[in-house]
Design a protein around this ligand. Structure first.
Ligand code: ATR
Length: 275
């Protein structure tokens, strides 16, 4: 039996186990996907344990996507670009860190038919998830990226890594009339995530009028207050479920060499949602 799993703190409510277990079962593979909730002072031991016990691979989630990097033997270009690892592959005792959020996000945009090339995109948030999103948008030839964050210095730091990005505060959006030149909005902040489901990053529906699409990388709830407002304003909308599925599918391939049936993963999560 080959061991896969998720390293995080906490991990109990993970959707990853559901989708990976569904694929393992569907393909009758000798793999098992487990949840490993590891407190911060034990994280280096946990990574060493992975090597020692010969686990095939791990997903990494909050709060360890950056912290695990120093314990790995090799960092793939995808992870360097994103400054974070979300997937570890054990290659005969050598631990290699990848980031599949970057490609997963790009695949999700394609799936939703959101066109980035030549477009002006407003990105909310400048944390770990934002960096993968921004790197992906740059690679997809966004014309301009407005990067908005509560802590302006974080936005400035991230903006300095890529061309054509302007760091802004939330207040700047109104005072500089930014929305009039924006084609799409992407939320990477945790504002509106369960359990704080009534929260929304600033916008009233009015402010979103004329925006082509609004994408929220949150998937719990499936329709955040921001997405409800966007829908009301007539924008195309999408949540983070497809990005979660696509990053998972890419990770599964890195571990097993098998391209998993993505529809099985989608179905596993859809069933979870209707419970
Ligand atoms: P992730 O890895 O999911 O991106 P993170 O790195 O903790 O998580 O980043 C969370 C993002 O949500 C940050 O941009 C954070 O803003 P700050 O950099 O100012 O902390 C943003 N965020 C979280 N709660 C927020 C709130 N109540 N108001 C505004 N921004 C918030």
């Amino acid at each position: 039996m080959e061991i896969l799993g998720l390293l995080g703190y906490p991990v109990e409510h993970s959707y990853s186990k559901k989708m990976h277990s569904a694929v393992i079962k569907h393909l009758s593979l000798a793999y098992e996907y487990n949840l490993f909730s590891i407190p911060p002072e034990k994280i280096s031991l946990a990574v060493e344990g992975m090597r020692l016990f010969g686990f095939r691979g791990l997903n990494v989630t909050v709060p360890y996507k950056t912290a695990v990097m120093e314990y790995l033997d090799e960092i793939d270009a995808s992870a360097t670009l994103c400054g974070a690892v979300n997937t570890i592959v054990n290659k005969n005792g050598s631990l290699v860190g990848y980031n599949t959020d970057y490609d997963g996000f790009k695949r999700a945009l394609d799936y939703h038919n959101f066109d980035i090339s030549g477009k002006n995109i407003l990105v909310l948030g400048a944390g770990g998830a934002s960096r993968a999103v921004v790197a992906a948008l740059v690679s997809m030839n966004a014309a301009k990226i407005y990067l908005v964050n509560r802590t302006l210095s974080s936005a400035e730091k991230l903006a300095a890594l890529f061309p054509n990005i302007q760091a802004l505060s939330f207040e700047d959006i109104k005072s500089k009339n930014i929305m009039s030149g924006v084609d799409g909005v992407i939320n990477t902040t945790t504002i509106g995530m369960y359990p704080d489901v009534d929260a929304t990053p600033l916008f009233s529906a009015n402010e979103l009028t004329g925006i082509s699409f609004v994408y929220d990388i949150i998937y719990n709830p499936l329709k955040t207050t921001l997405l409800k407002q966007a829908e009301q304003a007539g924008c195309k909308i999408a949540n983070g479920l497809e990005m979660l599925i696509q990053q998972g599918a890419l990770g599964f391939y890195l571990w097993t060499g098998i391209h998993p049936p993505v529809d099985v993963m989608r179905k596993a999560l859809a069933e979870e949602e209707t419970r």
